[in-house]
Design a protein around this ligand. Structure first.
Ligand code: FMN
Length: 321
């Protein structure tokens, strides 16, 4: 009788999991099979000590990879029951997935799954066309389905107030030479399988601070779309588990956006600076903790960024490797 997942199922699902986003595209995850369960782990060699000293970003990225993994298994007819941080003595194990009762995937799962290879961070200016009400509603539902909330900033004054917070967080981070060095170390001019390609960068914005990944420069004055749709994703609390939950919600929102023909770029400077995060939380008047900020709209075509091969992120028993 089949009691657990197989190496083939792990390999196939992990191939989709690695398409998840991560800070500076460090890809901080590993995947293994233990007693028939698939486990998602953080890779201690892929931390960002200056940019992400608490490990928040790694756990959010791990949660996003976990969402892809869940989706891939569900679409393959082998959905999982998930336990987050299953071993208190092993905090780097973010999740353990064991087989649930087999069932057919829903059309919604199939739609989101199909969006995995098409999703990418689009940092270029968007068209001025507004995001329609039904798409906004779908994005909020995606966050709620994963136990998080999504606050859309409506109106010029809300966006301007947010931009002020984001720019000041950006300035705080940029004053730290270790932070700058780390960012520069992950900019890639060639076709390396990790890091942020220069070609995925965008010219700076006047309103919202973009992280410099070495792209083209321009003088202030001809900005991006005049009224960007800015969305803040938040979770109920801010424990390590909450951050993994937020990562799953982030990926569900991103795939829902892709499925709706929308582009997204992420901006997390105001999450990374504690005082800015608190200011943002207060300005939203929400309980819980902001975990990510997104700019959403209709983008120009672009392309996904590279990933390491799945064989580099699997921990297999020697006999199976
Ligand atoms: C926790 C987290 C924080 C991020 N913060 C930013 C950010 O501040 N600015 C940015 O341009 N991209 C940000 N990103 C996007 C990553 O740079 C991007 O996911 C990575 O380079 C891989 O590219 P892709 O999203 O196109 O697959 C963030 C992603 C994650 C998961």
């Amino acid at each position: 009788m089949e009691t657990g997942y197989t190496v083939e199922q792990l390999r196939a699902a992990a191939t989709d999991a690695v398409r998840a986003p991560s800070l500076h595209n460090v890809q901080p995850w590993r995947f293994r099979l233990r007693d028939g369960g698939i486990e998602v782990l953080l890779d201690p060699t892929r931390r960002l000590p200056a940019t992400d000293p608490s490990g928040w970003g790694a756990r959010v990225a791990g949660g996003a990879a976990l969402f892809n993994l869940r989706l891939a298994l569900a679409v393959a007819g082998a959905p999982a029951t998930v336990r987050l941080r299953p071993y208190p003595s092993e905090p780097d194990v973010l999740a353990r997935l064991v087989p649930d009762l087999p069932r057919r995937p829903s059309p919604a799962e199939q739609g989101l799954y199909a969006a995995i290879p098409r999703r990418f961070s689009n940092r270029a200016p968007f068209w001025p066309d507004p995001v329609p009400a039904d798409s906004r509603w779908r994005l909020g539902e995606a966050a709620r389905a994963e136990h998080c909330w999504l606050e859309l900033l409506i109106g010029v004054s809300a966006v301007n107030a947010f931009a002020e917070i984001a720019r000041s967080a950006h300035r705080v981070l940029e004053r730290d030479p270790a932070y700058r060095a780390e960012r520069e170390a992950w900019v890639r001019a060639g076709t390396e399988p990790d890091g942020v390609p220069v070609t995925a960068s965008a010219e700076p914005q006047d309103l919202l601070p973009s992280r410099g990944f070495g792209g083209t420069q321009r003088a202030p004055g001809r900005d991006f779309e005049p009224e960007p749709l800015v969305a803040v994703l938040g979770s109920a609390g801010n424990t390590a588990v909450d951050q993994v939950v937020a990562g799953q919600a982030l990926q569900r929102v991103l795939l829902t956006a892709t499925d709706a023909g929308l582009s997204v770029s992420m901006l997390s400077q105001p999450i990374e600076v504690p005082s800015a995060r608190e200011q943002l939380r207060l300005s939203l008047g929400r309980f819980g903790t902001p975990q990510m900020v997104m700019r959403i709209g209709y983008g120009q075509p672009g392309w996904p960024t590279p990933r390491r091969s799945v064989d580099e992120v699997l921990d297999l028993p020697v006999s199976l490797a």
